[in-house]
Design a protein around this ligand. Sequence first.
Ligand SMILES: Cc1ncc(COP(=O)(O)O)c(C=O)c1O
Length: 449
Amino acid sequence: MKAAAQTATGHDLPDIRVVPPGPRSREISARLDAVECPAFDARRASRAAESASEQAPIVYERAIGANVIDVDGNRYVDLVGGFGAAALGHSPPWLSDAIARQSEQLPMALGDVYASEVKLALCDRLALIYPEPGARVMLGLSGADAITAALKTAVIATGRSGVIAFRGAYHGLSYAPLAACGLNEKFRSPFAEQLGDHVVFESYPRSDDELVKTLEGVKSALNSGKIGAILVEPILGRGGCVAPPAQFLPALRAACDDAGALLIADEIWTGLGRSGAMLASVEAGVVPDIICLGKALGAGLPVSACIGSARTMAAWGAHGGTAIHTATHFGAPIGCAVALAALERLSEPELHAAVRAKGDAWRAALAKATLGGIATAIDGRGLMVGITVKGGAAAALSLTRELLRKGYIVLTGGVRGDTLTLSPPLTIDERLLEAFTHELSFSASSQDG
Ligand SMILES: Cc1ncc(COP(=O)(O)O)c(C=O)c1O
């Protein structure tokens, strides 16, 4: 008899019926490994060797709210929310409505030549997110697109190609953001010659002492006169969910003002409620020249935006339209319709307050249950949470597998790879966070010593 199909309301605890990855997941993954770029399988193999734990993947079949169901009928709690993109949960009902309505009416317009009304509506809405009037918007598909648009804008607006970025930061892997990737030197090194040497890296400060050193480095780099922009994550995401000292962003703002450089806030992870505020940079008291958004904006569809002040973006117009930045699908109507519907929900102050409350309670509970045991630090803000695991990257990787077998989807990050970097749906039920904390405190790795 066929087993009953797995169910999920979006708020359910895990239900593991077959040890993951089950046979269907293994079969599909093996076929995928034979046809997609071998880099991902090679990465899994090296992680398996490093951690002495199997790293074979599960395959998703369906997802709703904070639950994922795999092709073997296991139900999980998703604590990474599609890399943060499923901020409003998986498959919210309004998402399919927005896609259906727009795809019946107009799935494709003609980008920057002949636009659609829904593109105007989205640009209007995004411009209002910027703290000052007159902001201008460049739409994209990925976070990397938004960062590319921002870095090009800095060159156009300042005439300087130098960039200050931070060790531990991640901005995407296409060429413009890759050059500024401080997370992992190995992401950049094979391409170093094509990437050029226009990026200066400084440390991302965790403490007031580190802040002093960082600002010295920033000021000395700015003194070269070659820097057009400082690119910064207001809270480090993949780099370990690190909230910097309160003075960090205001000090960068002041340094940019003195040097005539632009401040670019990469809010692709932190923005739209994730940190417990609409924008983490504005919450920190600064107005960046450019704000990049992505992930949550598309609610699962690829949509991103680079939003710049009127003054900054005017440079593109002054250029006479010879330099433009566009692509076939930038501003495509379905993505615009979905982003508009997502923004309506992501802009709710009640959502931000709930994220702050949930995040604070979760971090406190995690600290109580795991510090001195499996964890050496609990970091983050809002619902970006970093759990640094005792025993380094290998221990963190094997912990991800143990948690997967218990029905929790987590990922490792951090500069040393020893941190669980979590970004669950903002709408997640607190019961699921509490259940995870309980499992983590009883994980086998925490009993080791
Ligand atoms: C802070 C930050 N910026 C940029 C990106 C790149 O976004 P994408 O993967 O959509 O290109 C990411 C992705 O994780 C990110 O965390």
